[in-house]
Design a protein. Structure first.
Length: 183
């Protein structure tokens, strides 16, 4: 996902917050401070993976621990350029060095071209996987879960809608948010 990374938090079957970490963590912190035994589940929307945050301390400390630290070191960090090592055969390096702008520019062009070419297929796969992960965590014990997962990967939206029709509203709505328009 190219957008800001977003998260969605649940208390039981109810969605309690959704947005960036700066938007979600204050709500989590408030609920944690009110009841430290509360069970809150947070999902990264791009992947559907469950994530955990250390909610101890004040909100500034919670945010400092949770927010990514800007990387320093080789590359051009102000431009978002990150320097990493890759291994290629000599014939690959020779070809890259013959390209206009040199090896780095050629690699960037190749990656951008591949991303454009694969964009639709990759977007579909990522959305289905995110929805399936979320479904597993939040709906794995609900009626029709296995059939709904099969319908999801078969890209049968009507089947998914029918099989999840009696699921809790917030779970169902978030699942369809993750699926988006890919099926």
């Amino acid at each position: 996902m190219e957008d800001l990374n977003t998260f969605t938090a649940f208390k039981g079957n109810a969605k309690i917050a959704s947005g960036t970490l700066e938007q979600v963590l204050p709500e989590l912190k408030k609920r944690f401070d009110a009841d430290r035994t509360i069970m809150l589940l947070v999902f990264e929307d791009a992947t559907g993976r469950q994530v955990d945050f250390d909610l101890r301390g004040n909100l500034a400390q919670v945010l400092a621990r949770a927010l990514p630290v800007p990387r320093s070191g080789p590359g051009r960090p102000k431009l978002g350029v990150v320097s990493r090592e890759i291994s290629l055969l000599p014939r690959h390096w020779e070809w890259l060095e013959e390209q206009p702008g040199g090896a780095s520019a050629a690699l960037r062009r190749l990656v951008d071209e591949a991303r454009r070419r694969e964009q639709g297929r990759n977007r579909t796969r990522l959305a289905l996987d995110a929805a399936a992960r979320f479904m597993s965590a939040m709906a794995g014990n609900l009626p029709g879960y296995e059939e709904a997962t099969r319908s999801l990967y078969a890209k049968d939206r009507i089947g998914v809608e029918k099989l999840t029709g009696k699921w809790p509203r917030d779970i169902r709505e978030h699942m369809f948010t993750l699926i988006g328009d890919v099926i």
